[in-house]
Design a protein around this ligand. Structure first.
Ligand code: NAP
Ligand code: MG
Length: 399
């Protein structure tokens, strides 16, 4: 059989632990037999990040900028325990954080639906995609523990010396205080990414904040979205038959639960963090959530939403076979290959991505799956280990 040819390489970002093991198996069993795979490879495994003083993460993000499409394996974000475990020189920052900051992107997370795994919310028939703003707010905050009575103020000193000052609170007793910020430019990029993504998948876009309470901060988000929509997107949305709709976060939560799904829900950084875990879990499993970082300059980085599945990896190191779910990582590869196919006008490559996704879902619908899914599957399920699952998919691909 002739292998499918590629034009431009994918930027391949390898990672850690169990997902690193799956990464190799997915390539070996599901991709290399069919595609003459071209990648520019970066090893973002923690050991190599430490050896290169994290330069490899920066290099990989620059390559993503240059080539346009990347696929990333889950990586460890080191904490104190990991510093000891890997004898690290330093507690390196989250690779995803570094890449996101360099690419200035928005993360879209979509659950993979499969017959037999029913969402906890009965009315959901189509996936709900969360678009999470990935800059600022509480993730880049300054916090002070207030020791006792005194006045906390918010002070801005302009370069011209002009001062804006506002009282936060007059403390009579100990407490806490926090300062957060965001940037018009970042909110604007976020809004562009959301409007463009909605147009590319032809789904309605919802956006929610708490602007009734946060009359300046959250209101700025609402205004930027509204202005951009009116100035640049309304016409295209109407032509595509989709709508943009703003509502309060609490109203959005209620509507999401009553909805049938099939839309994009744009959230501020914290809301997106929390809501994406809720959506993933309610759709069935964190192991079935895909994630793509879309930049305002049209670059794409695909990954699974879950982590490196450490608990399974420790069992793997003891020589046990594990039943770790590779579906979201397979879909990271298919997402990247499909996008490469679209950009390079390679219909065979796009079709391959579709075929691999279908074979993956058909395998599950035929009752063969990893343990996490077997536990929630409605119907007869045979729980297999990761390699057996990948081989069952490959069999379908060949037939
Ligand atoms: P995790 O790797 O997502 O795993 C948490 C638990 O969820 C697992 O122990 C497992 O439950 C279940 N699970 C997740 N993915 C699964 C899969 N594909 N198949 C089957 N079960 C799956 O989260 P974590 O344990 O909190 O984090 C581990 C490491 O991943 C950390 O070092 C963290 O920094 C990193 N992380 C990386 C990313 C990323 O690169 N995008 C994201 C999150 C976390 P059972 O053990 O009950 O089977
Ligand atoms: Mg989270």
């Amino acid at each position: 059989m002739e292998k499918i040819q590629m034009k431009t390489p994918l930027v391949e970002m390898d990672g850690d632990e169990m997902t690193r093991v799956l990464w190799q198996q997915i390539k070996e069993i599901l991709i290399l037999p069919f595609v003459d795979l071209k990648t520019v490879y970066f090893d973002l495994g923690l050991k190599h990040r430490d050896e290169t003083e994290d330069q490899v993460t920066i290099d990989s993000a620059n390559a993503a900028k240059k080539y346009g499409v990347a696929v990333k394996c889950a990586t460890i974000t080191p904490n104190a325990q990991r510093v000891e475990e890997y004898h690290l020189k330093k507690m390196w920052k989250s690779p995803n954080g570094t890449i996101r900051t360099m690419l200035d992107g928005t993360v879209f997370r979509t659950p993979i639906l499969v017959n037999g795994v029913r969402p906890t919310v009965r009315t959901w028939e189509q996936p709900i995609t969360i678009a999470r703003h990935a800059y600022g707010d509480v993730y880049k905050n300054s916090e002070i523990r207030i020791p006792g009575a005194g006045k906390a103020e918010l002070v801005f000193t302009g370069e011209d010396g002009r001062e804006i000052r506002q009282e936060i609170f007059s403390f009579k007793s100990p407490g806490v205080v926090q300062g957060i910020h965001n940037l018009d430019a970042s909110i604007t990029s976020f809004a562009h990414a959301c409007f463009q993504y909605a147009l590319s998948v032809k789904q309605d876009l919802w956006f929610s904040t708490k602007d009734t309470i946060s009359k300046t901060y959250d209101h700025r988000f609402k205004d930027i979205f509204a202005e951009l929509y009116e100035q640049q997107y309304r016409e295209a949305f109407e032509k595509a038959g989709i709508t943009y709709f703003y509502t309060l976060i609490d109203d959005a939560v209620a509507r999401v639960i009553r909805s049938r799904g099939g839309f994009i829900w744009a959230c501020k950084n914290y809301d997106g963090d929390v809501m994406s875990d809720m959506i993933a879990t309610a759709f069935g499993s964190l192991a079935m959530m895909t994630s793509v970082l879309v930049t305002p300059h049209g670059q794409f980085e695909y990954e699974a939403a879950h982590g490196t599945v450490t608990r399974h990896y420790y069992r793997y190191l003891k020589g046990e076979e594990t039943s770790t779910n590779p579906v979201a990582t397979i879909f990271a590869w298919t997402g990247a290959l499909r996008k490469r196919g679209e950009l390079d006008e390679l219909p065979e490559l796009t079709a391959f991505a579709d075929r691999l996704e279908k074979a993956t879902l058909d395998t599950i619908q035929a009752g063969i799956m990893t343990n996490d899914l077997a536990l929630i599957y409605e119907g007869e399920a045979r729980s297999v280990n990761s390699r057996q699952f990948l081989e069952a998919i490959a069999e379908r691909m060949e037939s």
